[in-house]
Write a new protein. Structure first.
Length: 244
């Protein structure tokens, strides 16, 4: 059996922070390349992880390489962190234009991909690929992999517990934590989709990877992607009858 054939529930992969590109009309607002290259500009490695998952499981991939500084596709309209300060200073019509051109099309594409898989499989597991900076505000993040979910949703909880256990069993050197370094119920694409889709047909999981693996790159990052994919494949095969 190929890994793609293990996609029993139907998977959709998304990556909201896949790049640090700034469209030409707004480039003069973002001259600080160091800022763009930092965790504030994008999630390093998240897109390569998302692409690897999509290929391995023959799953649809919806991704963006527009910097989160222009507009954060993983935040709701009205969230203060939806835009960087430079964008907040723009006139209202300019901010609305950014939403029309970049935010709304992405959100629409993601929802359509998820609904199409639901129509085909009756349910969906949505994996949103992210990464996190090893140190934030002087504090070290104590995890290699984070699995974010809504603890009130039984299917999401069960999947993440089993995924954590499998990763740990096969890779005891890794630190895998649930709802860390962020809470799975925080503002994000998965949280919004939960408000639109019942738990019987939708599970939304955010995969968070420590950027220390990406920054150092090399074989460790290649190996970690393979480890995550192999673990998820085992979990999906063993838990294809999950009640979500």
């Amino acid at each position: 059996m190929s890994i793609g054939e293990t996609n029993l529930q139907g998977l959709v992969i998304t990556c909201e922070h896949g790049g640090n590109n700034i469209p030409t009309p707004y480039q003069e607002l973002f001259q600080d390349q160091e800022l763009l290259d930092s965790h504030r500009g994008f999630d390093a490695g998240a897109l390569s992880m998302a692409r690897a998952l999509a290929i391995a499981f023959s799953a649809p991939l919806v991704s963006s390489t527009i910097s989160r500084l222009l507009v954060d596709l993983n935040r709701s309209i009205g969230n203060p962190s939806l835009h960087a300060k430079a964008i907040h200073k723009l006139p209202t019509d300019k901010r609305k234009q950014i939403l029309r051109e970049y935010y709304q099309p992405y959100r629409t594409d993601a929802e359509q991909a998820i609904r199409q898989v639901i129509a085909k499989h009756g349910q969906v597991i949505h994996l949103s690929s992210h990464s996190f900076t090893p140190v934030l505000n002087g504090k070290e993040r104590r995890a290699d992999i984070g699995l974010l979910y809504d603890p009130m949703r039984v299917g999401e909880t069960t999947l993440c517990k089993h995924w954590q256990a499998d990763l740990k069993a096969h890779n005891p050197e890794l630190i895998i934590r649930r709802n860390y370094p962020y809470a799975g119920k925080g503002d994000g694409l998965t949280t919004w989709l939960r408000s639109q889709l019942p738990s019987a047909i939708y599970m939304g999981i955010e995969l968070e990877i420590n950027q220390k693996y990406i920054i150092n790159a090399g074989q460790h990052w290649t190996t970690l992607r393979k480890v995550i994919i192999a673990s998820l494949a085992r979990v999906l095969v063993n838990e294809h009858a999950l009640n979500i």
